[in-house]
Design a binder for this molecule. Sequence first.
Ligand code: HEM
Length: 196
Amino acid sequence: MSTQQSASRSQRLNQITHEPHGRLDALVKAHAPFETPAGYARFVVAQYLFQSELVALYNDAQLGSLIPDLPARCRAEAARADLADLDTEIPSPVAGAVTNPSQAEALGWLFVSEGSKLGAAFLIKRAEGLGLSETFGARHLAEPAGGRAEGWKTFTRTLDSLVFTPEQEAEADKGALDAFNRFTVLLEHAYTAESA
Ligand code: HEM
C-alpha cells in the first residue's frame, strides 16, 4: 500500500532469511555442538570453513570503502586460533565456495556472516559450559569491540544507505540465501567428514 513505509533492505534480508535461519538453527542444535568438546570442535570446523571462504570479501578494497572497519570484522583468524586451542586440524577447503560475487551479492553474504554474531551471544554462553571462552576455543564467538548491537547497527545502517538497482536488490537477496545454504553444506560436511 502506498501509505505503508517500505521495509529497509536489511529488514527485507532478515525476512527472506527467516525460514533458512530457523532451519539452520534447528540443524545446529540437532548436532548438539555443546554437549562434548569433540562435537564442539566439529562446529568450529564449519565456522572456520565458512569464515575462511569470506576472507576475500572482508578484505575487498571496494567493499572496504563502503564499510571502513570491514577487515577487522573478519573472524577467520579467530576461528583458526580456536581450532588450534581445540587441537583440531585446519580443514581442507571444500569445493563450492563463493567466487567473484557482484558487490550487492557480496553484501548479502556479509549480512549473514555479520548477523551470525548476534546468535553467537547465546552460543558463547553454551561454549562456556565446556570451559571455553573468548580467549580460548570460542574466540570466534566473542563480542566484537564496541558491542554486538552497535556493530550490527553500523553494518546495517551502511548497507541500508546504499543505492541499489532492482537487479542489485535481487543479487543481495541471492547472496544472503546462498550464504545460508553454504553454511548448511559446511555444517554437514564438518559433522560427516572423517578427518575434516
Ligand atoms: C551462518 C549464519 C548463521 C548461523 C549459523 C546462525 C546460528 C544461530 C543459532 C544456532 C542461534 C540459536 C542460539 C540459541 O538459541 O542458543 C541463533 C540465534 C540468533 N540469530 Fe542467528 N545464525 C546465523 C545468521 C544470522 C543472521 C543473518 C541474523 C540476523 C539477521 C541472525 C540473528 C540471530 C538472532 C537475533 C538470534 C537470537 C535468537 C533469535 O532471535 O532467534 N543470525 N543463530
